[in-house]
Design a protein around this ligand. Structure first.
Ligand SMILES: C[S@@+](CC[C@H](N)C(=O)[O-])C[C@H]1O[C@@H](n2cnc3c(N)ncnc32)[C@H](O)[C@@H]1O
Length: 251
């Protein structure tokens, strides 16, 4: 037993330098890519974007700045029993007085998931259980997204809130397309009305983020670090990139 433990420890120690190098590589590479391949702001005449992964490989995707701003705005509602799609990043970052933190995942291969569920299959979802459901950029990837809105409503306790973001005008997400499908892009008018039909008029608020410059950058996969905060946050409602929906279930 001891020999086995010693050998496991030696193996871990041997792997340590590789893990450190990998960590440093992932920390440095976005900046290296930005320096070696700077955005050509005056020449977008190319079929190939600067990044095909929303700028993840160059830093922070621009839409993440919007999603975080939206969640920060409504952070007082991220409390009690909270559930988030696929991870608990935002629950940890913006939540307070959390009594239970859940992760809902569509497929069974997410080892951190506490609920394996399909938002369109109510039998797989807990009923009237949550104070807050954080659903970031997920409805774009569900064919029957209107049914999914009902699934979200059913999971909430009376007085509970859904904090939802959806993508407006953005490119296809290859990863999602290949895994569960990429079906829709939304406008504020449409998605707000969809939520009002389920949660009731007066119980839904919406916030729109985006502008032409940010949209061009998002299309190119230019990272948030390559624009100023003011450039990212400038609002032009004709170029929606992210739409945030706050929906409250009446008691
Ligand atoms: C782009 S990820 C969004 C989640 C992540 N927290 C984020 O902010 O990036 C899209 C998610 O939609 C989920 N998804 C796709 N179809 C679903 C369905 N029918 N029910 C629940 N989740 C679904 C996928 O499992 C995936 O985790």
């Amino acid at each position: 037993m001891d020999a086995k433990r010693t050998s496991q420890m030696i193996q871990k120690l041997l792997k340590l330098p590789f893990r450190i190098v990998r960590k440093i590589y992932h920390l440095c590479m976005p900046s290296v890519r930005r320096i070696c391949k700077p955005a050509k702001w005056h020449n977008f005449r190319s079929f190939e974007p600067i990044s095909r992964v929303f700028g993840f490989d160059r830093g922070t995707p621009i839409d993440r700045i919007y999603q975080e701003d939206f969640l920060r705005t409504y952070a007082t509602h991220i409390q009690g029993v909270v559930c988030e799609i696929a991870e608990d990043t935002y629950t940890k970052k913006f939540g307070h007085n959390i009594t239970q933190s859940h992760i809902l995942h569509y497929t069974a291969d997410n080892k951190n998931a506490t609920i394996v569920g399909d938002l369109t299959d109510f039998n797989t979802l807990p009923k009237e259980f949550l104070d807050c459901f954080i659903c970031t950029v997920t409805l774009n990837f569900i064919y029957d997204y209107k049914k999914a809105i009902k699934g979200i409503y059913n999971m909430l306790l009376g007085g509970g809130a859904a904090l939802v973001t959806v993508a407006g005008i953005v490119q296809v997400s290859r990863h999602d397309y290949d895994n569960w499908g990429d079906y829709w892009r939304f406008m504020e008018m449409g998605i707000k009305r969809d939520f009002e039909e389920v949660f009731g008029v007066g119980n839904v608020e919406s916030v729109v983020y985006g502008n032409l410059l940010a949209l061009m950058a998002e299309f190119q996969g230019i990272a948030a670090e390559e624009l100023t905060y003011e450039e990212i946050m400038h609002k032009d409602l004709e170029y929606p990139i992210i739409i945030g929906i706050f929906a409250k279930k009446q008691k």
